[in-house]
Design a protein around this ligand. Structure first.
Ligand code: BTN
Length: 262
């Protein structure tokens, strides 16, 4: 179905997230476009949306499958006064906002996997890619790219992900309005972002832990050539994953790709 960007724009009138809305029927990557807008001086809250991406970016140089007419591909431009090392906290905050939005439509089984996945019944429904523009040592802009599988049929997933990914329509048996979802997402996002700016990471950490799929589970984290394994003991005050080894010693993991060991 055609995306009604005009209707979304009028619903977002007066909000900070969505103060500018740029919709593209086809674009290579909404993140790339949002980073360009950031360079050109676009204000905080600028949103870039696309019906289809030809080069959707995932984490760790992966491709994000982005067919037309069914999903949400959205990038949100922020200009927080934070250090680059604090940016992962924005990814976790975005995960909490997406999980809250999805829980409104799909009350059972929405969970979070560190650092950037939103799951339903253990299957990935949303991925988040945060990219920065740095000037000197300061963060000039943060672009949070969010891909949500909304009305994508199981058979349309790349075979490599068919067993591990899902969509909202698969989970609820209904077709969902992407405009409604985009609106709810911007609204939840704005609330969490204001909380983060006002109170810091502590409330985000609580919100994240309340929805974590990982607590007490054995996980393996791959980062470059290293693999770390341990039992999840939580996340630290700055968003790092805390892993307990066999002797109970706690290690902090700040980056990587985590999978739950079955
Ligand atoms: C991941 O799980 O690896 C992150 C996927 C992020 C995909 C979204 S879709 C909208 C935005 N534009 C992109 O090119 N990537 C993000």
């Amino acid at each position: 179905m055609k995306f009604d960007a005009k209707a979304l724009q009028s619903r977002l009138a007066g909000k900070m997230i969505g103060c500018r809305l740029h919709f593209f029927p086809t674009v290579d990557s909404t993140n790339r476009v949002a980073l360009r807008f950031a360079r050109e001086g676009a204000p905080e809250g600028t949103v870039v949306l696309a019906d289809r991406q030809t080069a959707g970016r995932g984490r760790l140089d992966r491709i994000w499958q982005s067919p037309p007419g069914c999903n949400l591909y959205i990038s949100i431009l922020l200009r927080p006064a934070i250090a680059p090392a604090e940016a992962p906290q924005i990814t976790l905050m975005s995960g909490v906002a997406v999980a809250e939005m999805l829980s409104l439509l799909c009350p059972a089984g929405v969970g979070l996997k560190w650092p950037n996945d939103v799951l339903v019944r253990g299957r990935k429904i949303c991925g988040i890619l945060t990219e920065l523009r740095i000037a000197g040592r300061a963060v000039e802009a943060v672009v949070v790219g969010i891909g949500v599988n909304v009305n994508m049929a199981g058979a349309d997933f790349d075979p490599a992900y068919r067993e591990t990914a899902t969509s909202l329509s698969q989970e609820t048996g209904q077709t969902h309005s992407r405009e409604d979802l985009a609106y709810l997402l911007c609204e939840r996002f704005e609330q969490w972002y204001e909380t983060f700016l006002r109170e810091g990471f502590a409330p985000v950490r609580e919100g994240w832990l309340a929805r974590s799929e990982m607590a007490g589970k054995r996980v393996r984290v791959h980062f470059r050539d290293e693999v770390q394994e341990g039992v999840v003991a939580g996340i630290d005050h700055d968003g790092a994953l805390l892993l307990a080894d066999a002797l109970g010693a706690i290690r902090r993991i700040t980056a990587g790709d985590a999978s739950i060991v079955k």
